[in-house]
Design a protein around this ligand. Sequence first.
Ligand code: BGC
Length: 755
Amino acid sequence: MKDIDRLISEMTLEEKAGLCSGADFWHTKAVERLGIPNVMVSDGPHGLRTQDLNSSDPNESIQAVCFPAACATACSFDRELMNKLGETLGEECRSAGVSVLLGPAVNIKRSPLCGRNFEYVSEDPYLAGELAAAYINGVQSKNAGTSIKHFAANSQEHHRMTCSSDMSERTLREIYLPAFETAVKKAQPWTVMCCYNKINGVYGSENPHTLTEILRDEWGFKGYVMSDWGAVNDRVKGLKAGLDLEMPSSGGINDAKIVQAVKDGELDEAVLDQAVKRILEKVFLYTDSLPKKKPLDIEKDHIIAKEIAEECIVLLKNEGALPLPESGAKIAFIGAFAEEPRIQGGGSSHINTKTVVSALTAVKDICEVSYAKGFNREENETVPELLSSAVELAEKCDAAVIFAGLPDSFESEGFDRSHMRIPDCQNELIDRICEVNDNVIVVMHNGAPVEMPWAGKVQAIVEAYLCGEAAGEAVTDILFGKANPCGKLAESYPLKLSDTPCFLTYPADTSAEYNEGVFVGYRYYEKKEMPVLFPFGHGLSYTAFEYSDIKLSSDHITDNDTLTVTATVTNIGNCFGKEAVQLYVADRTGFAVRPIKELKGFEKAALAPNESAVVTFTLTKRDFSYYNEELGDWYAPTGKYTIMLGSSSADIRLSADLNLTTAAKLPFIADENTTFEEFMDYPEGQEAFKILLGHVAQQMIGGEHFDENAMREMLSGMPLRQIRSFGGITDEMMYAAIDSLNKNFGGWKRQIPQK
Ligand code: BGC
């Protein structure tokens, strides 16, 4: 183990400043005279985009395996699978000499339009955090680092380098931060990559609230923070706020600014030393571990990519058309994606793949199918000859499997979609084929939800997302029942774009107002009682599962208790299958405006026919809490909660209630602007106020037919000073009541009102 403090003490100011930015596009700087090596970082997240060092072009990458993108792997709802993906990538990093893999990317899918949604995990922060932690632990178990990104609230590509994501602290804490928080607490990523955008007006690269107060002081992050590529605005401000490494190289410009700031006394050298230390700790953590260099085994990892893809594909609809028979039926594969699947998205995550297996190739190992291209993959317009020959073929076949999806040009890093449609030529093709064949199956390759105007007409829909280089093999295995689908949607599929939570303002130019607050994805659709095309957590199987016997370890918990929830899941069909059981918590206290329910647990059970398993979940107070801004902390109101276990957010099979009692108090000081309603939350307040109330009643209705409840309802929103204006209440009386309240409650804490 190197004595890093000693090394830092031997470095010149210039060397230290230099170490805080890259040597080039992908490397940190070395300080040869002190034996400090440079290390390489690579994108990420679903494969290695590692610079080919034989080329001078930083975007020329070595050949590597393209695993399913996060839009797909999220649907696994499977921590073990994510861990295995991580381990495989970690080994690849060691083989390719990569010290830090730039991923996972866990930004919350605020709108289906975000160009990078294919790379992001979910609309749900709990799911995103759990899966990210498992992935990070996998990679880092092989002694290569990760860089969880983009910290935080990077929800649009439009003007991503200047736009500000503006939201309440509650929204930030409940929706946009927890995936990072969980990953930091459960997996300690070696690095965190800050976002391009501003957060509430301050760049993510120089935001002390997120980079230091929250990330380090609250969550205990131990690694280093690196910038997204080119995200640095003011380097010295950034360093002070907690940004350690600037990537890529600033060509020396910002290094010089750091040196000058130290010389001018504007920047404490200790801040610089600390950043250098954090970077060096991870540099040596990588270089000190065995340089055992197994070559990249692309063939072996291709098989893993296929296995992972099969666990992620989501069967959205099946009226019995699937699985397809291997013999005795004439099957047509139609659509350009059958020949050339879309396996990944565009931009910095793009892998230089060696082998892409299409469904048309893979199906040859199973049976013979006929093929018609139907449309050009990258085009919107119908080509009449392609359309008519596809329709002709479909007419003659027992089943028509249409491979549709989004062209590369429709979604990518760097821009957002402007609509949720697939190309017109594909919609037309599906419609026309439905007219001549009543056994139509659609396989989708897309990185984010699309409108499916034909969903009611087709017999089955398979959502394959962008599921990596083995897409074709995985999809055909699912189609013919060689693998049983077990993916669940990690995002809601709205019926149409105008239903989406931030439709009115997305994307913004300079200030993105997150006015929908915590109501993102299913939290929004459920609250608004809005139908969706497919709900969050939805996914079918070729078998069926029965849920029974929900048990809570207690029907009453307090702040420090944990609650254990168990239930039995049984495979009641006739083939092996996996079921991702989802646990949601619903706050029934009515204390705060909250989503109808929120995901707080998931477990995937693998079951043979007739086999049962007990799934177990452990919940703590945090799982019942919302972020209370007055308190500046998580707060679970006293009252009733419901635990729900479901096969999707819209298919709840079991539920049980419990009560929670908290000793936490919310800050409160009564004054003349305190409302009658607030005042009445206190026993002492009630007493004191009765006097006031009596006066008002006297004043208003002469004391006759005095109905305290009606009066309370009528006056509830009025501040005390207003009620005073009814007359008969002197200042002395009002302040005496206020004083009595503050005195009785120590002037600060309010008990929880039971509504
Ligand atoms: C992206 C990052 C990526 C980096 C390096 C940036 O433009 O936002 O996600 O890791 O480039 O390629």
